[in-house]
Design a protein around this ligand. Sequence first.
Ligand code: S3P
Length: 277
Amino acid sequence: EIVRVSRSGRNGAKTYEEAYSLCSDAALLINTTPAGMYPDTDGMPFDISRFDHPEGLLDVIYNPLNTRLIQDARSKGIRAENGLYMLVGQAVLSSELFTGKKAGEDVIEQIYQELLSEKRNIVLIGMPGCGKSTLGKMLAERLGKQMVETDEIISQEAGMSIKDIFAEYGEQHFRDLESEVVKRYSVKGGTVISTGGGAILRKENVEALRLNGVVVFIDRPLDQLKATDSRPLSNDRSKLEKLYEERYQIYKDTADMIVKTGGTKTDSAEKLWEALR
Ligand code: S3P
């Protein structure tokens, strides 16, 4: 049984409220509305928690790759896919109709994988000094992607160092600037994003980073991290250790992937590369 749902409930469709009450046992939910599509990335077409135990969600949006709805479904353990495969599939079949030429066997899968890796952001998170910037640069070069350091953009736009922003305007102001930059680059796609160590503390930032990103925790052991004067929240050893203790679990919980580093930067870059492959 296929049930069509719309806001108005016109032309034989059910309204969302009717669907929640009459179809709460739905197995598969498919979103074909633009709610959640760029630039409305906060949009949510419906509340998936109102269904009892859906097995899967297909959101036909592919910009961003992971809408809020997809993220919400996955956080509840529901398998969820975007519309990129469908986009490519229909394009290949259309092309066959137009040209009369049969496409190769794996062409849909191949183009899908290419587009996915082109569009995807790789987001590096982790403690101050864990090597996010260095590894990010090496990775971006290897992947031919653009590389962005959120701290660098914030500092450039404010015309002052991160340390001075903290000293003059306080941490909250810095965090607001950080959230704005995180959102701007998250929606862009195709970028390696090296975040500041505290960027994952705000839920809104994590949701933004996930829109197009695979989130990778660069897990470097505490004894290899250094306190530095330019980092106001970790400018002495005891502050750094406290941050590590407070945040380690948050980094782990936020990450799609954890890469344990610690050797030379070439070793670490290789580990990151292998993990992403
Ligand atoms: C911070 C880390 C810094 C910078 C700011 C706050 C943090 O970035 O964003 O000083 O809260 O851990 P790095 O992780 O690049 O040092």
